[in-house]
Design a protein around this ligand. Structure first.
Ligand code: ATP
Ligand code: NCN
Length: 189
């Protein structure tokens, strides 16, 4: 089975993530997409970062009707910061029968050469790249696959700021996730 891994903070998960994941699963040879919730992205501030269990719960709520999507908490139990190559190695040991691909935005290619063991990621796994504003560099490699997808300019930051300012976030994220955020009064609801 071929699995696309979508890493992120998911604080919270939103329609941008879900549209990309669905296009990747539906229009490529990926059989499943697994959402890997990162407890603490080394490049992001902790400000407004909800507890990892709540972020995982929101991912589970968002994908519960999609049987080819899975939410994973593996990075919760790994050393921090979580390097993608270490998570890929862990998953390969645990699921030797699966083939793993990394799903990333084109903007991430600019700094991809700085990622830990990036050559190993390219050679042993490979990338499924979707377009994102700000992309400036393409990597020509047999294991890099560029997938056409619409640009959806929704971010978790926009959603958190909207809630804080009392604006509606309807349609920006699944209603079950919105209800969960409201119920817990997250992001100052
Ligand atoms: N609208 C979107 N379209 C495509 N990719 C996205 C979109 N929003 C986020 N991503 C990508 O999904 C991955 C996980 O996203 P992340 O959880 O960091 O969300 P975010 O919306 O970028 O969050 P924040 O606004 O808090 O930085 C990242 O690689 C990010 O670049
Ligand atoms: O392994 C690395 O060296 C590495 C360097 C930068 C980013 N990542 C991972 O890439 C994911 C997306 O990152 P970002 O900053 O684009 O949201 C996130 O889960 C990070 O853990 C991983």
């Amino acid at each position: 089975m071929k699995v696309g891994l979508f890493f992120g903070s998911f604080n919270p998960i939103h329609m941008g993530h879900l549209v990309i994941a669905n296009i990747m699963q539906d229009r490529t040879d990926l059989d499943e997409v697994w959402f890997i919730v990162s407890p603490q992205n080394p490049f992001k501030k902790r400000k407004s970062l909800l507890h990892e269990f709540d972020r995982l719960k929101m991912v589970e709520l968002a994908i519960e009707d999609h049987f080819q999507f899975r939410a994973m908490d593996i990075e919760f139990h790994m050393p921090k910061p979580s390097y993608t190559v270490d998570t890929l190695t862990y998953l390969t040991d645990k699921y030797p029968q699966h083939e793993f691909k990394l799903i990333i935005g084109g903007d991430n290619l600019t700094h991809f050469h700085k990622w830990k063991n990036c050559d190993q990621i390219l050679e042993n796994y490979g990338l499924y790249v979707y377009p994102r504003p700000g992309e400036s560099k393409k990597i020509e490699h047999e294991n890099v696959c560029y997938v056409d997808a619409p640009l959806i300019d929704i971010s978790a930051t926009f959603i958190r700021n909207s809630i804080q300012n009392g604006y509606s976030v309807k349609y920006l994220l699944p209603s079950l996730v919105e209800d969960y955020i409201k119920g817990k009064k997250f992001y100052a609801y």
